[in-house]
Every structure is written in structure tokens, then in C-alpha cells.
Design a protein around this ligand. Structure first.
Ligand code: GTP
Ligand code: MG
Length: 582
């Protein structure tokens, strides 16, 4: 489940190579009746939640968004197309099977079309006229999925008069483009919102994520009828950056549940099943067989790795056509609940997502996070830190999890853990806090640049610092499995790097008012400076050069330790001075 976002200025050229940067094509074709209207409404509404805009439209519950997008994905097919295809003729051809409600094209080592029919039956009709390819040297496994390949019978008479197909873009802006956008912004608040707009998942990218899950679900259903494969993590919690991995959850829950309503009479029917000695072994066996299935029969699924001995066993693979790095897990209901919780926090106030995106981009730009598992901070932990920080503002911008629990409609217990919290966003009162993003960003860096990591734990359930129950350098309490630390992997040197960078960044932002260049100078400022590793490093170097002699620094440090009491660790400037050593 490691992040693989490419959302940092320094690495952007890599993803810019992947395809043309063109504006999204997102067209609603003729689809009379309620489906099209629903689609429009849903898109309007989900965009409101996804962008956190606070207007009067009621915000949708996480489960409602999931259900609608899932249903939408089930009516959708993925088609690999020749690059010179005529869009008009292609759509006309497909419309023989039923009306199309939506479609878009994208490029990922070839041209692909995502075509959403108004009815599911259209897909069966299309499958019925589709053949399994015959090959000269290789043998095809005749697996009939919703992923097709279309060929032109007479390429010459199909291309001539057609304009070039416009592709939806799901890569972030190039380093140069982002730098320009940030430089031309009017304020740091404007810069944060620009960053969010440029890096957040597009409507098409979200659709493709749900479609990919739906295609994998078709495969898994060959073994486990009625199973569901749902996206979780940053693909759905509203904090996903373009290029982030696709976390999938194979839910067999419905199958296991005994529905008393369906039974009548004097007998109780049970399936004959095989038993294994533990839940973990069952999970490993299920994932093992699904991994084999993806490897052997999954169209476009490559590089399948079965990582079954991890704390949370998973199957990792690349879905070539969508370009997503996928992590499939099962028996992981708490992670889905965490996604819902983050979605709620992201939708409550428009500043939340802007700040989280900024911190995620900042951390990536300075290699605080990585796509490789290791002792670094994860995006999930960073998001928790932002949420915690926003709970600590006065007045708070975000409520505590304990407060959300008091508003809950129903009780929710998963694997013995209390995961109860409100799901209806409209029951939560908006915050009266009016701080600007610029001020919050600066304060975030100040807060964590001086946080007593050596003794305190971050706890979003209670929204206050607590004594660390164990000695890991960074302790962020898992909100549901409260005895666990979600950042147990982080070592002291990575934490120290985070703290140093936070302090440098706070310092850079505090200089901003003095240093802001004129818009015409085209010089990086504000966020653009923070996201350039070289600038922060050079500031750090310059500051180091100006540092007082070591003897003086040690004397000052001793004095500050003497003057700071455990209860109140602020100095006369109101700045926290506690050391971060564990
Ligand atoms: P990116 O993939 O980096 O964009 O963020 P992400 O939130 O998707 O993180 P990741 O893919 O690493 O993990 C997916 C989800 O698994 C998270 O959103 C959490 O819900 C859950 N998760 C990740 N790490 C932990 C952890 O240490 N403890 C628990 N309980 N859940 C975790
Ligand atoms: Mg993820």
C-alpha cells in the first residue's frame, strides 16, 4: 500500500514523459431519461465533496458515493483502440448494443476508451459479438472480460476526415508548468488551492479506479460468487494525488453473513466448506488463489507479487491498461472504515484537503515519503498529523473522533474494535475558525517543528496530545485499533529530518512577507520555494553558516531546558522549545 505518487516538483519530468498533456474530454452523450440526469447530479455533487466546496448542496455519505460509482463501473467497459480510430464511428458502432451515457479516452502505452453504457445488458450484448483472438505462435486463454481490443476493418476509410481524438489527462502538471502556476498565483492561499486543483484525482481518474476494481471483481467472482472488490485508501478518501496507488479490498463479507430473512421452515442450511486453523491462514489462501488467477487469466494484470507474510497480507500487481499500481487485500474492513473517516474530515472544511495535499507534496519533494516501504513517514501518517493539528486550533477546524462518535446513527464494531462515527456529513456543524491557509501552513510547520515527539503521542480520537505508551520515535495512535501505532516504522533519523524540514519551512514562510517578488519577476516564492528541495537546503546551509558557536548553542539549550516545565513548554516568545529526541 505504499504511496507511489509522483507529486513533487523534482520528479515531475518523469511523469510528463508518459503522455500528452491535454485537457480532459468528458462528454455526456445522448442518454435520455433519469440515468443521465442522475449522472450529472452525482458528478456535480461528488465534485463538491471532492473539492470540499462548502455550498448548500447536501454532501453525500461515503457509502452513497461508493455505491453509485460502483454501479456506474459495472455498466462500463475498457477498450484498447487503434490510435487513428474515428471517435464518431466507434461510438456509433458501440451504440448498437445500447445507449452510452458517458465516455472518455486516455493514453497509457496506447489509446484506451472508457465507455459507460446506460444499461448493464449492453455489455452482455457486446460480449456476445466479441471473439477470442486467434494467434499464430501463441495460445490465448479464452477469458471473457469487460476489457476489449478493437481493430479497424478498413483503416484507410475511417481516419481521413476525423479530427484527432482528445484524451483525458491523468498525470500531474510538469515541473515547469506548476512552477509557473504557483508564481502567478496571487497569494499563498491561492497557491495551495492551485496545488490541490492540479494534483487531485480527476473525475476520469476516479472512474478508471472504480472500473479497475470492478474488472478485478469479475475475476475474483469466478471463485467467490457475490464478492465485491472496493477501492479504499487515497483513491477514495479524497486525499489521493494523481498517480497514487490503487488500494483494493476484496470483501467476502456478504457471503459469510447468514441472512435469517431468507430462511423458513424447520431446517438450517449451511455450505460445506474447508476449514483452516486461523483467519490469517484463510486470508492467505484466498489471496494466493486470487493472485494466481490474476497472473494467469487477468487481462492487463502484470508483475503479480503475493506478499502473504506481511502484517496485512496482500497481492500487488500492475494493471497495465490503467497504469495503476494495485494492492489487493482482504479481511481489512478497518482500513475501509479509516478511508470513510478521512473522507468525512476532507469534506468538512475546504482547507483540510488543500493543507493535506500541500504537506503530501512537500514531504515527497524532500524525500520524506517514498514509494518503497521503509522507515519513512507515510502519507497516511502525514494526513493524521494534519487532522490532529486542525483539531488543535482555536476554535478547532475539525472535530475529534470521539465527538463524531456521539453523532453516530448506528454502532459499528469491526473485528472487535469500535469503529462507530457519524456517516451523515450534514449532521456536523461547520467550524467558526477563519484562519487563512497561509497562516495554517506556517503554524503547521511551527507546531510540528517543536512538537514533543519524545514524550507525546498524536491522537485524533481525543484531539489532544497524550503520553506515548511505547518508545517508537513517532507515535500516532491508530484511531480504531487504539493499541497500535500507525507510524511504528518511522526511525529517529527520519523523524529528525521531518522536524528539521518543518522548522526550515516555517522560517521560509515567515520571511515571505519581506521577500515576495513582483509577479513579473517570475521568481519562485511561497509554496514554489517550499517545494524546491534545493531552496530549502540552501536556506538550511545559510542558516547553519550563521549559527552561533557550539558552546553558545549548548549554553542556550541548557537554559531553555531549565526554564521549560513539563506542563507548559513554551518560552517567552510563545514558541515551543522541547527537543525532539526520543
Ligand atoms: P497513498 O497511497 O500514499 O496516496 O495514501 P494511502 O492513504 O492510500 O496510503 P496506503 O496506500 O499506504 O494505505 C492505504 C490505506 O490503508 C490507508 O488509507 C489506511 O486506511 C490504511 N493504512 C495504511 N497504513 C496503515 C497503518 O499503518 N495502520 C492502519 N490501521 N491502516 C493503515
Ligand atoms: Mg494508497
Amino acid at each position: 500500500m505504499a504511496a507511489r505518487g509522483v507529486g513533487m516538483l523534482a520528479r515531475l519530468p518523469l511523469c510528463a514523459q508518459r503522455g500528452q498533456v491535454l485537457r480532459p474530454t468528458h462528454r455526456l452523450l445522448s442518454c435520455p431519461g433519469p440515468v443521465a440526469a442522475d449522472l450529472k447530479r452525482e458528478e456535480q455533487s461528488s465534485r463538491n465533496v471532492e473539492t470540499g466546496s462548502e455550498d448548500k448542496i447536501p454532501k453525500k455519505k461515503f457509502s452513497e458515493v461508493q455505491k453509485e460509482r460502483r454501479e456506474q463501473a459495472q455498466r462500463t467497459v475498457l477498450i484498447h483502440c487503434p490510435s487513428k480510430i474515428s471517435e464518431k464511428k466507434f461510438l456509433k458502432y458501440l451504440s448498437q448494443h445500447g445507449p452510452i451515457s458517458n465516455h472518455f479516452f486516455y493514453e497509457s502505452f496506447g489509446l484506451y476508451a472508457v465507455v459507460e453504457f446506460c444499461q448493464k445488458e449492453s455489455i452482455t450484448s457486446l460480449q456476445n459479438v466479441t471473439r477470442t483472438p486467434s494467434m499464430d505462435t501463441e495460445a490465448a486463454i479464452p477469458f471473457k472480460s469487460r476489457f476489449f481490443n478493437v481493430k479497424m476493418k478498413n483503416p484507410s476509410n475511417q481516419t481521413s476526415e476525423q479530427p484527432c481524438i482528445r484524451c483525458s489527462n491523468h498525470t500531474p502538471p510538469s515541473s515547469k508548468k506548476l512552477s509557473e502556476l504557483l508564481c502567478y498565483a496571487e497569494s499563498i492561499d491561492d497557491q495551495l488551492n492551485t496545488l490541490l486543483k492540479e494534483f487531485q484525482l480527476t473525475e476520469e481518474d476516479i472512474k478508471l479506479r472504480y472500473l479497475t476494481c470492478s474488472l478485478i471483481e469479475d475475476l475474483a467472482a469466478a471463485y467467490f460468487q457475490d464478492c465485491t472488490v472496493r477501492p479504499f485508501g487515497s483513491s477514495v478518501n479524497s486525499f489521493g494525488k494523481l498517480g497514487c496507488d490503487l488500494d483494493m479490498f476484496l470483501d467476502l463479507g456478504e457471503i459469510g453473513k447468514f441472512n435469517t430473512n431468507k430462511t423458513s421452515g424447520n431446517f438450517l442450511m449451511e455450505f460445506q466448506v474447508k476449514n483452516v486453523s486461523s483467519e490469517r491462514i484463510a486470508t492467505q489462501k484466498i489471496l494466493s488463489v486470487i493472485g494466481e488467477c490474476l497472473d494467469h487469466f487477468g487481462p492487463g494484470c502484470v508483475g503479480v507479487q503475493k506478499i502473504l507474510n506481511a502484517r496485512c497480507p496482500l497481492v500487488r500487481f500492475s494493471h497495465q491498461a490503467s497504469g495503476f499500481q494495485c494492492d489487493l487485500t482482504t479481511n481489512n474492513g478497518i482500513a475501509l472504515k479509516s478511508s470513510e473517516l478521512l473522507y468525512i474530515y476532507g469534506a468538512l472544511d475546504s482547507r483540510v484537503r488543500a493543507l493535506v495535499f500541500c504537506i503530501r507534496c512537500w514531504a515527497r519533494a524532500h524525500s520524506l515519503t517514498s514509494s518503497i516501504p521503509g522507515s519513512w513517514i507515510t502519507n497516511f501518517s502525514l494526513t493524521m498529523m494534519v487532522i490532529f493539528f486542525l483539531q488543535r486550533r482555536s476554535p478547532p477546524i475539525l472535530p475529534t473522533l470521539d465527538y463524531l462518535k456521539t453523532l453516530a446513527e448506528d454502532k459499528c464494531i469491526i473485528e472487535g474494535h469500535n469503529c462507530t462515527f457519524v456517516s451523515d456529513l450534514n449532521r456536523i456543524k461547520p467550524s467558526g475558525n477563519t484562519e487563512t491557509l497561509e497562516s495554517l501552513l506556517k503554524e503547521f510547520f511551527e507546531y510540528f517543528g517543536n512538537f514533543a515527539f519524545n514524550k507525546n503521542s498524536i491522537n485524533i480520537r481525543q484531539g489532544r496530545e497524550q503520553n506515548k505508551p511505547e518508545s517508537s520515535p513517532l507515535h500516532i495512535q491508530n484511531p480504531f485499533e487504539t493499541s497500535l501505532n500507525i507510524s511504528k516504522n518511522v526511525n529517529q533519523s527520519q523523524l529528525q529530518k521531518f522536524v528539521d524540514l518543518a522548522r526550515e519551512s516555517a522560517w521560509i514562510l515567515s520571511q515571505e512577507d519581506k521577500d515576495r517578488p513582483s509577479p513579473s519577476s517570475n521568481r519562485p516564492w511561497g509554496l514554489a520555494t517550499l517545494l524546491l528541495p534545493s531552496v530549502v537546503n540552501s536556506v538550511s546551509l545559510a542558516k547553519k553558516k550563521r549559527k552561533k558557536p557550539a558552546s553558545e548553542r549548548i549554553k542556550n539549550l541548557l537554559e531553555s531546558i531549565k526554564s521549560s516545565s513539563p506542563e507548559n513548554d513554551t518560552n517567552t516568545n510563545g514558541k515551543r522549545t522541547v527537543s525532539t529526541q526520543a
